[in-house]
Design a protein around this ligand. Sequence first.
Ligand code: ADP
Ligand code: MG
Length: 222
Amino acid sequence: MIELTDVRFRYDASASGAFELRVDRLALGAGSRTAVVGPSGSGKTTLLHLIAGILTPVQGRVVVNQEELGGLPDAQRRRARLRSMGMVFQDIQLLDYLSVRDNILLPYRLGGGLVLDREAKDRAESLANRVGLGDKLGRAIDKLSQGERQRVAICRALIARPELLLADEPTSALDADTARATLNLVFELAEETGTTLVVLTHDPSVLERFDRVVHVDGGGVS
Ligand code: ADP
Ligand code: MG
């Protein structure tokens, strides 16, 4: 499903001491559930963005779904992302002027070839219900708590039954109980749709639930 080989990435190739991420080899199978851990600033988000094709390496190959992302033009990378990946960003990235419902349905409005039909609308409601936001579907995002926003972002990432879910500390704003319940739901939904999971987390108490834990430290991945 995901294969990184001899990858080198630098934010600023010219600056000395600029951050570099190195991944000699990382292979994650379809349907697997991987946690990515490491200190703040170690390169976790960078790794996730390389897998998503938001960033491209200066060297090496990132293959997702048998497609080498580096070989695709921007528009095609974006399309691949919309079609087959769900993302929960560290800074959440919801649209404040849209309702909860329309934020959850956003992937259908971004032109990845997804069709907004009755089934998608029903699924948006069912997902919102399952994360405890069923009564807030019409509410604007700026009238939600941070934890509620995080749950909207999770619904949006899962709405189109992605083959791959990439989540950047998706429960960091939630209290321990809600975080556990939300992560349970992510696992449940991922299992229903056979979705491969890559979750960045700071929470050691959830690691046992994953098939594999990848460590990122000092720009290296092991
Ligand atoms: P983590 O998610 O593990 O906290 P990041 O992947 O966000 O770490 O960042 C890794 C390193 O790269 C940090 O030193 C950070 O300051 C640096 N960095 C992140 N984004 C940028 C950027 N856009 N430009 C330059 N440096 C960046
Ligand atoms: Mg990060």
